[in-house]
Design a protein around this ligand. Sequence first.
Ligand code: DON
Length: 304
Amino acid sequence: MIDFQRILTTINEAASKEKNKGKIADYIPELAKVDVNNFGIHLIDNKQQNYSAGNSEERFSIQSISKVLSLSMALGLIGEKIWTRVDVEPSGDPFNHLSLLELENGIPRNPLINPGAIVIADILVSQLENPKEEFLAFVQDIANDDSIDYDVDVANSEKRTGFRNFAAANLLKSYGNLKNDVDVVLDFYFHQCSLSMSCAQLTNTFFMFMNHGKCRRNNIFLTVTQVKRINAIMLTCGFYDEAGEFAFEVGLPGKSGVGGGIVALLPNKFCVSTWSPGLNPKGNSKLGMLALEKLTTETELSIF
Ligand code: DON
């Protein structure tokens, strides 16, 4: 039997000793207020045993990790039609780049880069009567946790400085790949990104991706095929221009956010979340990546 608790404790100790913790994202001013010394890790195994170390109960802004959840909801609502508006190829570019979008006539490379997630947000705005309320209820339902909420200060902070996202949404609109008003779609997108969760809550929420679409209460949210597709997209596109490096070092499907969170999973075995707000130059959590590399190396558990 693998002693997950011992491994997480060791990882937490190593993280607290690390001098260079990376750089906090400050292009969303509200995120810059977070202390770089925070570190948390939480793992749940296939028997629903929980293990944790560090600040695993403290909430942070999940940012781009939310893109997996909006994609899941949209896939449930409109199914395979999604793929006429967004592709499934890695971009090899940072999350906020726009040049490929122009070259490829307004079809984003994948749903986990910003333009792709904005198209998904547009689909949800079209499909839902009260998009922000219904998306939040969807996430709370998966996690079985009504305390999960948006951080409105973070959403408003990004609205004031999200110039590249306004550019992306306008470019999508010029190609006819955005059906609703730019302001309405981005208001939804900034709120979805502002969802605030702890490592423990994030692990609960993503449990279904290691469990063939069934959440911890055994309710079915996604089909086995949909989970296969979403995990594949996380593996190939979850870390932007560092997706190859994450597969190489860690070897799990996962998703990062500029709030410093990472969630990753091994189907049928475990789901794990880390939080360390300092980012590496590619915008992924520096210590989070190191922690997950240690986890999969020590346990010898990865998809490879
Ligand atoms: O759109 C943005 O720039 C942010 N709301 C989300 C970016 C993000 O988390 C990228 N992830 N690593």
